[in-house]
Design a protein around this ligand. Structure first.
Ligand code: PLP
Length: 455
């Protein structure tokens, strides 16, 4: 990777930090996705729509902690809710039930009509993990179906066919399960059925052939947060899963509270059996949630299937209880931040303005690329989109493979140098605090970056 000369010169402290970090942290990063060559930029401060690195360079942030920071950095209302919670309660965490848990659960059930009951987790990964366990327990079946290219977290059960090499991944209409990591047990490869996104005919034939074994389908309603399911695909999938007794798990970790407040299910008018939430819900802190129909989520109750709370039931060891635990589940400070976030999002006009600004940025970027005669389309829905350098329609994981990745990468490094931050090759997430000036500056930076890469 040719890093623009200027970038190396102005990010010396990030390079030094990287050297130090790699001595004690593999790859110098706490999550593989945070790495990029030759070294990821290390940040020191954030304010509103801006990030500042160790050298003091300012960036307009479109990564937004992978979409979590819908109010940008250091939002006053969220900060106040956090300090108020700690001051008034006198502690950081109770380790017992507390009022904010029911308040947040009630808030979620009001916003998402498909959700009757909720359990909290510490991350989106934990939420999808629990959702899958619920589907297995509820159905008594053992296979999971997932779509090619869909991400649901960083653990064995779902690290399959997220980013497969096409040679290994089989036919487009019959994709094969390919592990995305070393160490994924073969059991999961054998017990996972991969489906082609946005292809209802192929999906239907696979599901019909395996319906007796498939406990549930987990899906991102919007692949990677930016390639939407077609409306008929979604409604047909819902019909099919109901007919075949397959639970539909909608992973709304990215889309919940972002695509619309009520997520993709609200926009599509499709009610899943189980929903997973995360990211925006934590107001910038780690959180996840699993919700859905009472009869499914109640499997988690320590008293499930028993009228008397025996010690066996209380510890969740009985066979008819689905065990779930976590020292920090339902953390009060995080729920306070999340409630402040959701409250602020519900204020009239807030979501509408976010959508208008995202569309404005997309329009301006498309104009810039058209001016440079570079085939490009912004692909997205709501407040997340990606820049895909292609003339083809983009409807699934394989369509992305036809895009000009090399050029995109070059542009992204130029953009870093020009003060636009998203990790190279990553989607753009917008916040409610990005301004028209940010949008103008971003479009101008793309214009300049394209001039540089053309030279
Ligand atoms: N599901 C989806 C759709 C996601 O986008 C993510 C994270 O990017 C996850 C699950 C995992 O969430 P977390 O990173 O909080 O574990």
């Amino acid at each position: 990777i040719e890093v623009p000369e200027g970038l190396a010169g102005r990010t010396k402290k990030s390079a030094e930090y990287f050297k130090r970090a790699t001595q004690v942290i593999p790859g110098g990063v706490s999550a593989n996705i945070k790495y990029f060559a030759p070294y990821p930029l290390a940040m020191e401060k954030g304010k509103g729509s801006k990030l500042y690195d160790l050298d003091g360079n300012e960036y307009i942030d479109y990564l937004l902690c992978n979409g979590a920071l819908i109010f940008g950095h250091g939002n006053q209302k969220i900060n106040s809710a956090v300090t108020k919670q700690m001051q008034e309660s006198g502690t950081t965490v109770f380790g017992t039930p507390h009022r904010l848990e029911a308040e947040m659960a009630e808030t979620i059930t009001t916003i998402f009509p498909s959700i009757e009951k909720v359990r909290f987790t510490n991350s989106g990964s934990e939420a999808t993990l629990l959702a899958i366990r619920l589907a297995m327990a509820y159905s008594g079946k053992k296979k999971l179906a997932k779509f090619e290219g869909h991400y649901h977290g960083g653990y064995d059960r779902v690290l399959l066919s997220v980013n497969p090499e096409l040679g290994e991944a089989g036919e487009e209409e019959h994709p094969q399960a390919v592990p995305d990591s070393m160490g994924v047990p073969d059991y999961y490869v054998r017990n996972t059925i991969i489906l082609p996104f946005n292809d209802i005919k192929a999906t239907e034939s696979i599901l019909r052939a395996h319906s007796e074994e498939i406990a549930g389908i987990i899906m991102e309603p919007v692949l990677g947060g930016f390639i939407p399911a077609e409306a008929v695909f979604m409604s047909e999938l819902r019909k099919l899963t109901s007919e075949l007794n397959i639970l539909l798990i909608m992973d709304e970790v990215k889309t919940g509270f972002r695509l619309t407040i009520g997520g993709a299910q609200n926009l599509y008018g499709v009610e899943p059996d189980i929903t997973t939430l995360g990211k925006v819900l934590g107001g910038g802190f780690p959180v996840g949630a699993v919700g859905g129909k009472k009869e499914i989520i109640d499997l988690l109750s320590p008293t499930h299937g028993s009228d008397i709370l025996s010690s066996g039931a209380a510890s969740g060891k009985k066979n008819n209880v689905l065990f779930h635990s976590g020292t920090y589940n339902g953390h009060p400070v995080i729920l306070a931040a999340g409630l402040a976030t959701v409250r602020a999002l519900k204020r009239p006009g807030v979501m509408d303005q976010l959508m208008i600004n995202t569309q404005l940025l997309r329009d301006k970027l498309e104009e810039v690329y058209a001016k440079h005669q570079i085939p490009m389309k912004t692909v997205g829905m709501g407040s997340i989109f990606n820049i895909v350098l292609t003339e083809r329609a983009v409807q699934n994981y394989r369509d992305l493979k036809h895009a000009n990745m090399n050029l995109r990468e070059k542009i992204d490094y130029e953009l870093l140098n020009l003060g636009i931050y998203t990790k190279p090759m990553t989607r753009y997430s917008m916040s409610c605090v990005h301004t028209i000036e940010d949008i103008e500056r971003t479009a101008a930076a793309h214009d300049q970056a394209l001039t540089y890469v053309e030279e």
